[in-house]
Design a protein around this ligand. Structure first.
Ligand code: GRF
Length: 223
């Protein structure tokens, strides 16, 4: 059998909740020319809606809960086993509420991407949208970055601004932030899978496209 030259990269998506960003990646991965596919979904909660989304899409999904393991290391080790079992190339943390730990980061060097609902380094942590509203900022946004050993740090790949409106609540602002995430996360994955990201110190350079005939999946804002 001829060797497949342009094999799609395999994604392992780690989730903890709703999984709307997982859905955005699944949806994009079905369009022609998209260079990646979701190979496995691992959730830190067995009740996560994201697991239902995986099931509906015919993608293997597992709940690997911290409570079932003696230590964080053991928990991360079990997740790592699942990722390897499914031949994962890139890990996407899409609403994953835990640290992945050094065993995973060492195995997947420069291949773990996180999504955060603010313009980092502003408002790190689990309540970014609430914190932005309480601080009274006029703009917030989204950040997609390479993950490292701590929460919400690591070289930034993409950021996009979301203006805060006077009448905004956590729900209305959150909904607009999510919409922006859904456009940009699949694009960041595409950049990685196409070999177009270079980490240079704290910066991430986005290289020009190699093949102009390849399908475009840029968000509407013209990335
Ligand atoms: C997103 O807002 C992401 O930035 C944050 O958690 C949320 C996950 O949403 N880390 P969903 O589960 O993808 O709907």
């Amino acid at each position: 059998m001829p060797r497949e030259i342009n094999a799609r990269k395999k994604l392992g998506v780690l989730v903890s909740g709703n999984g709307s960003n997982l859905q955005a990646i699944i949806d994009q991965s079905r369009s022609t020319g998209y260079p990646a596919e979701v190979a496995v979904v691992v959730s830190s909660h067995s009740e996560a809606r994201a697991l239902e989304r995986a099931r509906a899409a015919g993608i293997p999904g597992y709940a690997v809960e911290r409570a079932d393991f003696a230590s964080n290391n053991d928990h991360n080790g079990a997740i790592l086993d699942k990722l390897k079992e499914h031949g994962v190339d890139l890990i996407v943390l899409a609403g994953y509420m835990r640290l992945v730990g050094s065993a995973i980061l060492d195995t997947y060097r420069d291949a773990v991407i996180n999504l955060h609902p603010s313009l980092l380094p502003s408002f790190p942590g689990a309540h970014a949208i609430k914190d932005a509203l309480e601080a009274g900022v006029k703009i917030t946004g989204i950040t997609i970055h390479f993950a490292d050993e701590t929460y919400d740090t690591g070289p930034i790949i993409i950021q996009e601004v979301v203006p805060v409106q006077q009448e905004d609540t956590e729900e209305t602002l959150g909904a607009r932030v999510h919409k922006v995430e859904h456009r940009h996360l699949p694009y960041a994955v595409k950049l990685w899978a196409s070999g177009r990201l270079r980490i240079v110190g704290r910066r991430v350079n986005i290289l020009p496209k190699k093949d102009r005939s390849a399908g475009e999946h840029a968000p509407e804002d013209g990335h």
